[in-house]
Design a protein around this ligand. Structure first.
Ligand code: GLC
Length: 425
């Protein structure tokens, strides 16, 4: 790509961030997602820093201003009312000052603020924001292990698929059978009015998403009981790897910023998590897999959640194994990395997290590959990402076989990731 093409892509990406900026926070895309989402904001901030460091810090500050008393950081902050989205604040009914959802999302904030800090040109500004965020992110990490790992295994479980950020992954299918659909208050979906229904989760899945929300609401969103009261308890290797990486990064940043307690605690959490992650390795699939905690068995499902652990400091042999796995996948998909293995009969090239490529996941995977010294493998994925953008625009996700743009358009975190990838190619 020559420099004028790069400049054009940079400008288009920057424009999307600006159009979706609501002053203090950025919506993922107009129509489909009109509020602030947790991991969207943290990853978006990394892109925003290419334009304004102050604005990038503000994005994460705004998210953490809505941290719950118990330490949880919710997955959606409903800053303004918008009827175009379901389920809205009245369904969640979490009784927060600014309405929020009642579940969380992947803990990418620790990683994000270390990246912002390390790259910052304005170190005084960075130090001010990072020092305040350290303590809040540390509380969130402690909340995770206390509330989502009550038996102290070193790995946290999701209690709702939306927590994983991979809403309708094939990983959840079997466990989802145990979630009832009866008794859910009748509702009208809004997502299918903004995006092609064949790219979105099914009605049966939506019923179960809603059943879980209503169940947790009936338990007053009390995180000391939700995990054990949930029929859905899934240990996702990717989700854990993100948390582990954030603990490790937060620890390193805390050392720099002279917060030794936070550094020691998060170093220990990361080490314990990494050791436990090994229990999720599947020799058969050549990658990590989920564990169904409620039923006590591994989930045989080759999804991207099992490749994402490259983002954490896994053993060198595992990193090499995952590169082999990526090579296998490239035999089945033109564009890496499909969110599910195309050779699995359940793969669905256009349906959300059951096949499509997502740039944010590619970003974390390539970051991990580079840290593990697999630059060539990373570069292959990074180039594929820019090719997708050039042909399909800044979509929410892409068909890994044809490259077709799917889901929402002018998507914030896709644009943010492009600003990052442009630096690498
Ligand atoms: C969808 C995605 C989730 C994301 C949200 C907003 O729910 O699955 O990962 O955070 O949209 O973009």
């Amino acid at each position: 790509m020559n420099s004028s093409q790069k400049k054009q892509l940079f400008d288009e990406a920057a424009n999307i961030l600006q159009v979706n900026d609501r002053g203090g926070y950025t919506i993922p895309t107009q129509g489909l997602y009109p509020f602030q989402w947790n991991w969207d904001s943290c990853l978006t901030a990394i892109g925003q820093a290419h334009i304004s460091e102050a604005r990038a810090w503000q994005e994460i500050d705004t998210l953490f201003a809505h941290q719950w008393e118990d330490g949880m950081v919710p997955h959606i902050i409903f800053h303004e009312l918008d009827d175009g989205y379901f389920p809205g604040p009245d369904v969640w009914n979490t009784k927060q000052a600014t309405p929020t959802s009642g579940i969380t999302q992947p803990a990418v904030a620790g990683f994000a603020i270390k990246r912002l800090y390390d790259r910052s040109k304005d170190k005084a500004l960075a130090k001010r924001h990072a020092s305040e965020l350290l303590e809040k992110i540390d509380r969130w990490h402690q909340w995770f292990y206390a509330s989502r790992d009550p038996a102290n295994t070193g790995l946290v479980a999701l209690i709702h698929p939306w927590e994983a950020g991979r809403d309708n992954s094939i990983d959840w299918d079997d466990a989802f059978e145990r979630v009832p659909t009866e008794g859910v208050t009748p509702y009208t979906r809004r997502d299918t009015q903004h995006a092609d229904p064949s790219h979105r989760p099914t009605k049966a899945q939506y019923d179960r998403y809603l059943w879980l929300v209503e169940h947790f609401r009936s338990l007053d969103w009390n995180n000391s009981v939700l995990h054990n009261e949930s029929p859905f308890q899934l240990v996702d290797p990717g989700f854990n790897a993100i948390l582990i990486r954030s603990c490790a990064d937060l620890a390193k940043l805390a050392e720099k910023l002279n917060a030794p307690d936070i550094a020691v605690r998060n170093t220990q959490l990361a080490a314990r998590g990494l050791a436990a992650l090994e229990s999720l390795w599947s020799d058969k699939l050549g990658q990590y897999v989920c564990f169904d905690r409620a039923e006590g068995h591994a989930v045989e499902s080759a999804s991207i959640g099992g490749i994402l652990p490259i983002f954490a400091a896994i053993p060198a042999q595992r990193a090499t194994d995952l590169v082999a796995r990526l090579n296998q996948l490239s035999g089945h998909a033109r564009y890496l990395v499909p969110s599910h293995d195309p050779s699995d009969s359940r793969f669905d090239a256009k349906r959300y997290w059951r096949g499509p490529v997502w740039l944010i996941v590619n970003y974390m995977i390539t970051d991990g590959l580079r840290n593990a010294g697999h630059n060539e493998a990373a570069q292959k994925i990074e180039s594929a990402c820019l090719e997708l953008i050039e042909t399909g625009g800044f979509a929410e996700y892409y068909d890994p076989i044809t490259g077709e743009a799917c889901g929402g358009e002018s998507f914030t975190w896709t644009a943010a990731m492009v600003l990052e990838f442009l630096e690498r190619v």
